[in-house]
Design a protein around this ligand. Structure first.
Ligand code: GLY
Ligand code: MN
Ligand code: MN
Length: 474
């Protein structure tokens, strides 16, 4: 594989020699969470959250961490609510994703309080009393109206770091989101505890099961809409439970990066299929993309295979000490090399990267952090005291610029697309001759390719949650 050197000062890139590729990325690797019960894993996770909270409060000069679960939002001039999304700072503590109006209070040296709203309500199903492996770690106080929470929150709101959205304001408890507290917690959230890795593995199990059902529906000639339904059925999750809107794209639609139209009718011929779809488990996400060709002997299938092989090498770069920006920049060179091999590029891969031509075909970042949020926060955080690590010049869509360390979970999602809008720009610009337009026209009807895995950095070989699960369920 070709490599690119990143100059930290200028943000510019320069070519340097190829290292030997490793082949061990997709292998199943020892998982620290594998043999322990969920109760044990959670207890360790809980202890880590308490440790982080103590530090974060000290940074901000507060006594209590107060976290509302969030509230329902209503559509304008209407009494219909939008799908509820739990405050990530709340679901970091408790696997409750359907409980608006509840609160968490963590005070160093004390058992955290969960103020749990279980309203008297005959219009809706009332949440069950909390149960499970995590409950014993909290003083649970059941309230019947949202306002009752006030009686159980700390006495002095001024001593509280209250993390949440403005709508969660209750009396004098308005979220103040102190930056030093947020900076600390969000920076460290990048490092997944073994409990969190186990939750992400469960999400991945559902997602992979559903990806297999979606592939079968594609091969049976179904419409995008019907493939989507097959996916949801197999995941046992409806759209609102999924961590993001499914991208189910047949043929040219694969060239729309966030295509979410879901055509009701199948095309006359399904040539290609790009599906970017995840699943959730106790508030944690997986984010998986696969690409398929209907004809196993086609050039498009060969192009998919080439991206797949390159993606595995990129996954293997998820190692402690590697700058994630470098994985992104190396991916440009690797993908440009594939375009060169397939006769799309008429210039060298290096020249395609230097001139920005590679970005016409790979117009997004190589990935992002993942966990409680599909696009995990603090991707640019320079430290737990704030500061920002800028994106490399000319790469505005990269979402993660940190150096990888053990525990970080990231996606690796290279893609190659034939996007009319971007190709039009290339044709009109000074680099129009750098590509073979006949070759591009041959690939256009297939839209694009993306392959996306969720990978955890360790102090040894990376854990590829996605590949592990595809292999285990084959
Ligand atoms: N599914 C959105 C993404 O891959 O980032
Ligand atoms: Mn992603
Ligand atoms: Mn995705």
């Amino acid at each position: 594989m070709r490599k690119i050197q990143l100059d930290a000062q200028s943000g510019k890139i320069a070519a340097f020699p190829q290292p030997k590729p490793r082949n061990d990325c997709p292998a199943r690797t020892a998982d620290p969470s594998a043999s322990r019960s969920i109760a044990e894993l959670y207890a360790q996770h809980f202890a880590e959250l308490q440790r982080r909270t103590e530090q974060a409060l000290a940074r901000g000069g507060f006594d209590h961490l107060v976290v509302p679960s969030g509230t329902l939002h209503y559509q304008v001039f209407d009494d219909r609510d939008y799908p509820y999304a739990a405050n990530p700072q709340f679901k970091a503590w408790v696997p409750l994703t359907r409980n608006p109006g509840s609160w968490l209070v963590a005070t160093p040296g004390q058992t955290p309080k969960l103020i749990y709203l279980q309203p008297f309500d005959y219009w809706h199903v009332v949440p069950q009393a909390p149960s499970g492996w995590w409950v014993e770690h909290f003083d649970v106080i059941v309230i019947r109206t949202a306002e009752e929470a006030l009686a159980h929150l700390p006495k002095d709101p001024a001593r509280c770091a209250i993390l949440g959205e403005p709508l969660s304001k209750l009396g004098e408890f308005a979220p103040n989101n102190p930056q030093p507290v947020i900076d600390y917690l969000e920076y460290h959230r990048a490092f997944k505890t073994p409990y969190e890795v186990a939750m992400m593995r469960e999400a991945t199990r559902k997602g992979v099961r559903a990806h297999r059902a979606a592939e079968a529906a594609f091969r049976a000639g179904r419409s995008e809409f019907d493939i989507h339904l097959a996916y949801c059925t197999a995941a046992r999750q409806d759209s609102n439970e999924l961590p993001y809107n499914n991208i189910v794209a047949l043929n040219q639609n694969g060239a729309v990066l966030h295509y979410m139209e879901l055509d009701r009718e199948p095309p006359a011929q399904s040539r290609s299929f790009l599906i970017d779809a995840g699943a959730s488990h106790h508030g944690y996400a997986c984010d998986i993309t696969r690409s398929y060709a209907s004809d196993a002997g086609s050039e498009f299938q060969a192009l998919i295979d080439a991206v797949d092989a390159a993606q595995l090498v990129m996954c293997d770069q998820v190692r402690a000490g590697t700058d994630y920006k470098r994985i992104h920049l190396d991916a440009h060179l690797a993908l440009a090399g594939i375009l060169k091999d397939f006769g799309v590029l008429r210039i060298s891969a290096e020249a395609a990267v230097e001139t920005g031509v590679s970005g016409v075909f790979f117009p997004h970042g190589i990935g992002h952090g993942i966990g409680l949020q599909v696009h995990e926060v603090a991707g640019f955080a320079a430290s737990d005291r704030g500061g920002r690590i800028d994106k490399p010049a000319g790469h505005p869509y990269l979402r993660l610029t940190r150096v990888l360390e053990p525990g970080m979970a990231v996606t690796i999602e290279p893609g190659l697309y034939f996007v009319d809008l971007l190709l039009d720009g290339l044709r009109k610009g000074e680099h129009a001759d750098s590509v073979d337009w006949n070759r591009i026209d041959q690939f256009r009807p297939f839209g694009g390719i993306r392959i996306e895995d969720d990978v955890v950095c360790t102090d040894a070989a990376p854990l590829n949650l996605t590949r592990d699960e595809f292999a285990a369920s084959a």
